[in-house]
Unconditional design. Structure first.
Length: 55
């Protein structure tokens, strides 16, 4: 095989700097949404427990 005709394959595992910020922002939004959902579920569970009062 002739090495001169090989086309370099981009490393898709590494995000370009332009997209890295977007990826981080997306991950932060997803983490925030997950935390908020967990808090809401915890509050709902607390309200459903008999004998508990909400402050």
């Amino acid at each position: 095989m002739n090495d001169e005709n090989k086309v370099p394959v981009p490393d898709e595992a590494q995000a370009s700097p332009a997209h890295a910020g977007d990826d981080i922002a997306t991950l932060e939004r997803e983490a925030r949404a997950k935390r908020e959902a967990e808090l809401i579920n915890a509050q709902d569970d607390e309200e459903k427990r008999p004998g508990t009062t909400r402050r």
